[in-house]
Design a protein around this ligand. Structure first.
Ligand SMILES: O=C(O)[C@]1(O)C=C(c2cccc(Sc3ccccc3)c2)[C@@H](O)[C@H](O)C1
Length: 145
């Protein structure tokens, strides 16, 4: 059966590409999502994408994935990376392997960004490679998850 991937982006990432290009690049979220879908489709897989600024909506989307035969989740949790036990619990609870992606290198930034509540339950973490991180995460998921 064809692989099904889910790309999730968290708070403020809807504004990607509009400000702070030195940190987050100039690619829009729409372009990230479109490229991700084309990449998956080129390998015979499907990819759905979702973005929300609301923690509960992200959690509800993760719960729904459990009933959709999603094989892997690629998630940029944004600021919830550093605050959300609930998001961690949702990802652990649905037992779908996920790859955590950060556009910036969170370890080179403010101290409060150095810790992630999600990394210890992620399959892997990619950070600091710009939006290429999404492409690399999808490539890994297609080959391994
Ligand atoms: O590097 C990331 O992808 C990260 O997940 C993304 C974050 C983030 C934070 C604020 C805004 C945005 S997206 C954005 C960029 C420029 C202007 C408006 C929104 C991302 C941070 O909260 C995280 O610490 C790191």
């Amino acid at each position: 059966m064809a692989q099904k991937l889910l790309l999730i982006n968290g708070p403020n990432l809807n504004l990607l590409g509009t400000r702070e290009p030195a940190v987050y690049g100039s690619t829009s979220l729409h372009d990230v999502e479109t490229a991700a879908q084309q990449q998956a489709n080129a390998h015979g897989a499907s990819l759905e994408y979702y973005q929300s600024n609301h923690e509960g909506q992200l959690i509800d989307r993760i719960h729904a994935a459990r009933l959709e035969n999603i094989d892997a989740i690629i998630i940029n949790p944004g600021g919830f990376t550093h605050t959300s036990v609930a998001l961690r619990d949702a990802l652990s609870g649905v037992a779908i392997p996920f790859i955590e992606v950060h556009i910036s290198n969170i370890h080179q930034r403010e101290n409060f960004r150095h810790h992630s509540y999600l990394s210890s339950v992620a399959k892997g973490v990619i950070c600091g490679l710009g939006v290429d991180g999404y492409r690399l995460a999808i490539d890994f998921a297609l080959k391994n998850l």
